[in-house]
Ligand binder design. Structure first.
Ligand code: UDP
Length: 340
């Protein structure tokens, strides 16, 4: 009987151990899934132009996922206390800020929406000059602007082909900063024009060198980043190198910093072009290469560059939505509905 009892409890012990191990494996699996795209909180993400409301997912995790980089640069979430402090610190200073956008060929269709939304949300109360680098000055709308805010068109030669434009954008930007922009403003930001401001963007974004986290790679492991992998390219990033993957939809900072970045990227692109090569992610590849060597002093969270796709990180507040990348992420049927 005693033997029978002891063998029964032995059996129970084995079963319990198996059960425990199964639970542990299940918990690990759930943890892994949550790390990729979790449903954590009851908070809801505000609906922007491009996205429908949905569960905040990684929002709270991501909101507190990082407030500072390892090199002590702030990671900016617009509603955080740190951002409020940054805005307060800037409240009694006057800044002149340039916002540069390329508007070449058919992209002029995006300009009005971009400007109207910027006038609603971008650095309200500050001096803002929109540098519209365009091949068609007539495409610049005749908008009435409040005092201290102006449209300042800059003519660039015709670039009929997108691939060609992607090769020269950095050099055109460097040239515009050198010849004009640096004399007129302290800060310059560069954005893709097929975007829309959907919530306030204030002085919390100001910094010497500002880069924005790509919403599809924020919080993802380093090995998933689409850094340039071809060794001969000037944009090449070695395995294990890098901190974050930044988007080319929005970057900026002091004129001198952005000029140095645009000039270096121009040289890298030129060297690759001469060798008959171009980085897979176009200038985003060169930008990321540069930002590994010269880390940004201010990192904007994906609130400042967002679009709805299964891969994007949920954010507490969408502030700038990329209409272009949103369209690219949609199924063909939904593209038509959104008039992409
Ligand atoms: N662009 C333009 N004309 C073109 C292609 C691009 O003016 O024919 C400008 C425009 O500001 C656009 C930006 O370059 O927003 C980036 O181009 P795109 O949106 O095609 O690139 P991606 O979002 O894929 O980086």
């Amino acid at each position: 009987m005693a033997r029978f009892l002891s063998s029964t409890s032995g059996l129970e012990r084995v079963t319990r151990r198996r059960l425990f191990l199964a639970c542990l494996a299940l918990a690990g699996f759930i943890y892994f899934l949550r790390g990729r795209k979790a449903g954590v909180t009851s908070a809801r993400v505000q609906s922007g132009a491009g996205g429908s409301p949905r569960e905040a997912g990684r929002a709270e995790e991501s909101a507190y996922f990082l407030n500072e980089t390892s090199w002590r640069a702030p990671v900016v979430w617009g509603d955080s206390q740190a951002s409020e402090r940054r805005r307060d610190a800037h409240a009694y200073q006057t800044f002149r800020v340039g916002l540069a956008v390329f508007v070449v060929g058919r992209y002029s269709q995006h300009l009005l929406r971009f400007l109207v939304s910027a006038e609603r949300h971008f650095l309200l109360g500050e001096y803002v000059y929109y540098y519209i680098l365009t091949d068609n000055l007539r495409a610049v709308p005749d908008l009435e602007m409040p005092e201290g805010r102006e449209l300042r068109p800059v003519h660039v030669g015709e670039m009929p082909e997108w691939r060609r434009l992607s090769r020269v954008r950095m050099s055109l930007l460097a040239d515009a900063i050198k010849t004009r922009i640096q004399k007129e403003v302290e800060y310059i930001f560069c954005m893709d024009v097929d975007q829309e401001f959907v919530n306030p963007v204030g002085t919390e974004i100001l910094g010497d060198l500002v880069a924005t986290l790509h919403p599809e790679f924020c919080g993802m492991p380093l090995y998933t980043f689409p850094y340039e992998k071809v060794e001969v390219s000037q944009a090449f990033v070695e395995e294990g190198e890098g901190d974050f993957y930044y988007t080319s939809e929005l970057y900026g900072g002091l004129c001198a910093e952005v000029y140095a970045m645009a000039l270096t990227c121009t040289h890298l692109i030129l060297q690759d072009s001469e060798a008959g090569f171009h980085a897979l992610q176009y200038e985003e590849g060169y930008l990321n290469r540069y930002l590994i060597n010269r880390r940004p002093t201010c990192v904007l969270s994906p609130e400042y560059s967002w679009w709805d796709s299964p891969r994007t990180l949920e954010v507490p507040v969408q502030r700038i939505v990329s209409v272009g990348r949103q369209c690219a992420a949609l199924e063909p049927q939904r593209r038509e509905a959104r008039r992409c």
